[in-house]
Design a protein around this ligand. Structure first.
Ligand code: B12
Ligand code: SF4
Length: 525
């Protein structure tokens, strides 16, 4: 029996009338340049289930009509259809499940990943009969495999599956996820077993990633893949993520492979498969995985040391700017073959940085060296140390926050420009985004909770617009599983940013982008 594990495409690209769930989608084409690691992980883990043939299908790259066609052609032999859905792709996933159920109602549909983890009850109650089961969280591979094994044996899977969310006796019941190691036994051959994905990934990579990377670094790369040696961010340790961060870190704030040797094995496995551009999935590297990275740098394996530098795999990943202000960390990353880092820069007034929850310490620890007042300096130092270490940064700014008004917006824009001036040598490319209240983030919670927003505003010393209007807007977003991103953004501005509109924030974004362009920085790339 086949078990399909599918990554759907961005919903508005395949469903007429579906709202666009990413801003400026023309700039976000990179999702079809790499295999999908979550889907590959689940498919690889399913090999352990007797009688089950896992099928990897990535709708972000294969022509979408071929996915329902595959379901139709194999309908009698499909045990389960498992969908890995982000907010951007959730609606397309629902369409596929509806089509599958029409063809063969016995196909079991299972959802997982960030969207349903952020909105579990909303999705399950709105989609009864379309979504049969969900797995909520990250540490769910063991529970999922055991669950599919029960289905394959024809047993009614009653309970005991970490992360499972299901209706039982008319009630929605959830089971907690359980700590589990990072899954590393990937079978890369599954990527092309059901459909020749690799050819398309490589074509896209050659057109989109390779030329820009060559221009920026002088290095030619040919194929990319996400690689997981650790997941998490230091901010999750106190459950105190940046306000706009929608990453669902699950039951563990940090999880990683056990040691440097295993991390190198993961790198080697990807390199042996022909990938030379490895996209580290860790949400933050230098502050969160310092020990692991130092261990890797201290004991590079023979196969890696023997390769000329230009033949070694290139690593790219994420870092907090204050994690790079110490030059030793930047040098460690560079020594491991990291060439490029994605960094959210922290420009803006201390009030704005606190409102975005960016500092590593809480509002009450104002005198800490990691407080909001020190962030601009940390960032300027980070840009310098990245330049000295030969790291190129893809930097991002977010415009907008709870309590932002015209004055704060102006001060933020000026501060962003000043930071760009100070970092020209290390900034490879710049992206500026208007704040989007993504499900799972504190900003999304504040959109839905006017009383909570007011309490937070008081704590921050900022004012909010009309409370009654916020109530009206919040009602639109409660109990809904489909998020129209642009409308949510506009409503959030109206609800929590006095005197501002989405157009004001978009104009500020354009101003910073123009300024960056004037300094010779690539925009978007
Ligand atoms: C690497 C990465 C990318 C890469 C690679 C994507 C790819 N094709 O694999 C690139 C840069 C291309 C990318 C693009 C985008 N990304 Co991205 N990305 C990530 C990142 C950093 C790691 C994801 C990953 O590979 N993790 C490792 C694998 C093993 O874990 P996993 O995918 O989470 O899967 C595990 C569990 O979630 C679960 N699971 C997942 N699916 C399913 C399905 C079932 C049935 C079950 C049972 C379980 C299950 O089991 C898996 C094993 O543990 C995450 C942040 C994060 N920490 O998750 C953001 C993240 C997933 N991306 C995000 C976004 C928004 C995007 C974009 C829409 C950005 C844009 N505007 O263009 C695109 C769309 C991508 C797409 N449609 O494929 C958001 C999603 C938020 C949301 N609620 O939707 C995240 C959370 C980051 C964030 N907060 O901004 N991304
Ligand atoms: S530093 Fe990045 S990963 Fe960590 S909480 Fe903030 S936005 Fe999320």
């Amino acid at each position: 029996m086949k078990v399909l594990v599918v990554s759907p495409p961005n919903s508005n690209t395949v469903i007429d009338g579906a709202s666009c769930t990413v801003t400026r989608p023309e700039e976000h084409t990179d999702w079809s340049d790499f295999p999908n690691l979550g889907v590959l992980t689940l498919a690889s883990a399913l090999r352990a289930v007797p009688g089950v043939e896992p099928v990897y299908l990535d709708g972000t790259v294969m022509p979408w009509p071929e996915v329902p066609a595959y379901v139709e052609d194999n309908a009698g032999d499909i045990l389960a259809l498992c969908v890995s859905a982000l907010t951007a792709t959730y609606e397309a996933g629902l369409h596929l499940c509806r089509a599958a159920k029409r063809i063969n109602p016995r196909i079991v549909t299972i959802f997982g990943n960030d969207h349903i983890t952020a909105l579990p009850r909303e999705c399950m109650s709105a989609r009864r009969g379309v979504i049969d089961y969900a797995f909520v969280g990250n540490e769910v591979v063991g529970g999922f495999v055991a669950f599919v094994a029960a289905l394959a044996q024809g047993r009614e899977p009653a309970g005991g599956y970490a992360g499972l969310l299901a209706y039982r006796d008319g009630e929605l019941r959830g089971e907690a996820q359980r700590p589990e190691p990072i899954y590393t036994a990937l079978d890369y051959s599954l990527i092309d077993r059901g459909f020749d994905h690799s050819r398309l990934y490589r074509d896209n990579f050659a057109k989109r990633v390779s030329p820009t990377f060559h221009e920026l670094t002088g290095r030619r790369v040919h194929a990319g893949v996400p690689v997981e040696i650790g997941r998490g961010c230091i901010k999750f340790a106190r459950d105190d993520a940046c306000s706009f961060c929608s990453i669902q870190f699950g039951g563990l704030w940090r999880n990683s492979v056990p040691d440097a040797e295993t991390a190198w094995e993961v790198v080697r496995a990807a390199h042996d498969e022909g990938f030379d551009y490895l996209y580290l999935t860790s949400d933050e590297l230098p502050l969160t995985f310092g020990k692991l990275l130092r261990g890797m740098a201290a004991a590079p394996p023979g196969w890696w040391s023997a390769l000329p530098e230009d033949d070694r795999p290139v690593l790219v990943g994420y870092a907090r700017a204050d994690g790079l202000s110490d030059e030793r960390r930047a040098t460690t990353l560079r020594s491991l073959g990291v060439r490029q880092l994605m960094v959210g820069l922290d420009a803006g007034t201390p009030t704005s940085l606190r409102a975005m929850n960016k500092p590593l310490v809480s509002i009450r620890e104002a005198n800490s060296p990691f407080g909001a007042e020190k962030m601009f300096d940390h960032n300027v130092r980070a840009l310098k140390s990245a330049e000295n270490a030969g790291l190129l940064l893809k930097v991002g700014f977010v415009v907008g926050h709870l309590g932002m008004d015209e004055r704060l917006l102006r001060e933020n824009v000026d501060s962003m420009k000043a930071m760009l001036d100070s970092g020209v040598g290390s900034i490879a490319s710049l992206d500026v985004e208007v704040l989007s209240p993504e499900p799972g983030s504190l900003d999304f919670k504040m959109l839905l909770d006017p009383a909570g927003a007011l309490a937070r505003a008081r704590e921050l010393g900022v004012t909010l617009p009309d409370r009654n209007r916020h109530e009206e807007l919040a009602r639109r977003w409660r109990d809904t599983d489909l998020i129209d991103r642009e409308s949510a953004m506009a409503d959030y501005v109206e609800a929590v940013m006095p005197g501002l509109t989405l157009d004001d924030l978009a104009a500020a974004r354009a101003e910073v982008r123009r300024y960056g362009k004037g300094l010779g920085v690539t925009i978007g790339g």
